[in-house]
Write a protein that binds this ligand. Structure first.
Ligand code: ATP
Length: 274
């Protein structure tokens, strides 16, 4: 667990400028983050501090990027984990890992002398999913531990901890998670529209040699329904095609081949899933 967790943690240098499209989501997130930044005002007005933000939306749309940018924006330490890391056969192990995650955030904030910490939990539905057959979720120790940790966030003054969770399946979440004082701020991270796709393509083309014939707006038009992750693949695959041909620049043709490849890949993924 620790090993995997570390990989996603570490310094969060990513900024909101490096996230393409998602104008609404970025704006909403920045507004929510002002709760951390303006903590003195929050106190003055007696506003309940924000503890949890839930990012919802399809895979590969940039939820992880958002959480990292949030850490950068608020000068927070960034600690990340995935819901699947907490699933254990033995009772209590998952709960212990939740405890460690919060301890880790506090320790790192102290060590790096930071006032804020952001804990990112991807795939929150794995630990916070609804129970089948009416079984009470309150008895699940892992979820319970998370709620306990969140309830206790402001028992100490610093670090101010904000938990950002992500899911592709919001409707699966147990309502206990969504109550006030928990994940009560919901931000939808949708598939990018045409303008967003063009923006994402430009960001990922930044370090690549493009031929003058390349029209990224046209590529954006042809990639309806693609996620940010798929658009990143389109640019990457096009660069690979170009290199293999020993050409010096990525052309529109390379990009077209690459769109086909990414689309085909999606289809075979779906077929192997069924
Ligand atoms: P998942 O739900 O599968 O965890 P996610 O929504 O967290 O996905 P990310 O992990 O943030 O998605 O994105 C994966 C990769 O796709 C990023 O590292 C980046 O290269 C690219 N990407 C996704 N969305 C964007 C975006 N809006 N702008 C730029 N790049 C993006």
């Amino acid at each position: 667990g620790q090993e995997r967790k570390r990989k996603k943690s570490g310094p969060a240098k990513l900024t909101f400028e490096e996230i393409g499209g998602q104008d609404n989501a970025k704006q909403e997130l920045r507004e929510a983050l002002d709760f951390l930044i303006r903590h003195e005002d929050i106190k003055k007005f007696g506003i309940r501090p924000l503890k949890g933000i839930l990012l919802t939306g399809p895979p590969g749309t940039g939820k992880t990027l958002m959480a990292k940018a949030a850490a950068h924006y608020t000068n927070s330490v960034f600690v990340a984990a995935s819901g699947s890391e907490f699933v254990e056969m033995y009772v209590g192990v998952g709960a212990g890992r939740i405890r460690d995650l919060f301890k880790d955030a506090r320790n790192r904030a102290a060590k790096e002398n930071k006032q804020n910490a952001i804990i990112f939990i991807d795939e929150i539905d794995v630990i916070g999913g609804k129970r089948e057959g009416g079984q009470q979720r309150e008895y699940d120790q892992t979820l319970n531990q998370l709620l306990t940790e969140m309830d206790g966030i402001y028992s100490q003054d610093t670090p101010r901890i904000l938990v950002i969770a992500a899911t592709n399946r919001k409707e699966m979440l147990d309502s206990a998670l969504l109550r006030p004082g928990r994940f009560d701020r919901l931000i939808q991270v949708d598939l990018p529209d045409k303008k967003g796709r063009a923006h994402i393509l430009r960001l990922h083309a930044d370090n690549k040699p493009l031929a003058p014939d390349v029209d990224l707006d046209k590529i954006a038009e042809e990639t309806y329904g693609f996620s940010g992750a798929q658009l990143e693949s389109v640019m990457n695959e096009a660069a690979i095609y170009t290199m293999r041909e020993e050409a010096s620049m990525i052309t529109q043709r390379h990009l077209s081949m690459s769109i086909d490849k990414v689309m085909m890949g999606e289809r075979s993924d779906r077929e192997s899933n069924t």
